[in-house]
Write a protein that binds this ligand. Structure first.
Ligand code: MN
Length: 340
């Protein structure tokens, strides 16, 4: 997934002040963002926004589909990342991943693709067309792509990629898959670098579940399907409810209906670091973002940017993708001051 804004803002992101445990939940509205050019697949972005830019180390949340692939799917040309992990989680469909450290993998429902950018990586993501005969549903794409900001101590580390099958469990009206972290007795094998949880929950209609949560964590609940209330506050489809640290339970109620509700829960200990996000880069200062952009454009062979021969490639090339890399947008003229 890439940020395809043609003039993306530079955002300075930090966790909120924490807030009192008695605070009502905050509901963040999604904004629609086209992913790609013609036949662009729209995505609903709830992080980052002015109202909320981080939940733990989670710094980006795109929710898409169910999308009929006949209308155009996901086809994201080689693009770079720094200082983050991408977390690809599907409810339906299939995406092919290739990256500049030689990984080639599919992501399918029930599997997690976790790419650690570290100091730099480039990748492509292409949704797959239906193939007759194997019974798999590939004509619809439906899922989320999430980014995790890497803590300062590891953000310049090596790039990595893993495809894991996280554990699932059922308890009465609740079916849970914990794809990041350790929650509800389920531990994901995925590699993360800060206290973090990510889970898909399905809850039977007409039921309320009270889930034990870590009071040191803040939580977000993204509603994918169903009429859901978080601690009594109704949360519309594609919206993200935020619960501040200090609570020991997360109460999810589902109205009566024909099918299960589905939510994605993102939680974590407030990162405690201020990050700077622009386009597909996470850094700590504007000057770093400028340098990441310069290096990507040089590695892309843009004629207007001289290649440096004294520095090893930060991003590298993606093999097996038929198109040209995505050039970085123009940097904004204004530099944002940190928000307080
Ligand atoms: Mn990406």
């Amino acid at each position: 997934m890439t940020n395809t804004d043609t003039h993306p803002d530079e955002l300075v992101c930090r966790n909120g002040s924490g807030g009192a445990s008695a605070e009502p939940v905050q509901v963040v509205e999604p904004r629609d963002v086209p992913l790609g050019g013609l036949r662009a697949m729209p995505v609903r972005r709830t992080l980052p926004q002015r109202a909320r830019s981080l939940i733990g180390a989670w710094c980006f949340c795109d929710h898409y589909g169910p999308r009929d692939l006949a209308a155009g799917g996901m086809d994201v040309a080689p693009h770079p990342h720094t200082g983050l992990q991408t977390v690809s989680w599907l409810f339906a469909g299939e995406i092919e991943h290739r990256d500049s450290i030689g990984s080639h993998a599919m992501v399918r429902p029930g599997e997690l693709n976790l790419m650690t950018a570290g100091r730099g990586i480039a990748h492509t993501e292409v949704s797959q067309v239906p193939r007759a005969g194997d019974g798999a549903q590939r004509d619809v794409l439906h899922g989320v792509q999430l980014w995790v900001a890497l803590p300062d101590a590891v953000r310049d580390g090596p790039a990595a990629f893993e495809n894991v099958r996280p554990p699932s469990g059922v308890d009465g009206p609740l079916a849970a898959t914990v794809f990041i972290g350790d929650w509800l007795g389920l531990r994901s094998p995925a590699t993360v670098h800060s206290p973090l949880v990510g889970a898909e929950l399905r809850i039977a209609p007409g039921k309320t579940v009270d889930l034990p949560v870590d009071p040191a964590f803040e939580y977000g609940v993204l509603v994918d399907a169903g009429e859901v209330a978080v601690d009594g506050t109704p949360v519309a489809t594609a919206h993200l409810a935020y619960q501040a640290p200090g609570r020991r339970n997360l109460r999810l109620s589902v109205a009566d209906g024909p099918t299960d509700a589905r939510v994605v829960v993102l939680g974590g200990e407030p990162l405690g670091e201020q990050i700077v996000m622009w386009w597909n880069f996470v850094g700590r200062a504007h000057e770093e973002i400028v340098e990441y952009r310069r290096q990507w454009m040089a590695e892309c062979g843009r004629p207007d940017v001289p290649a440096t021969t004294d520095v090893p490639a930060r991003f590298g090339a993606v093999a097996g993708y038929p198109g040209a890399p995505l050039p970085a947008p123009t940097l904004p003229h204004t530099r944002l001051k940190p928000r307080t």
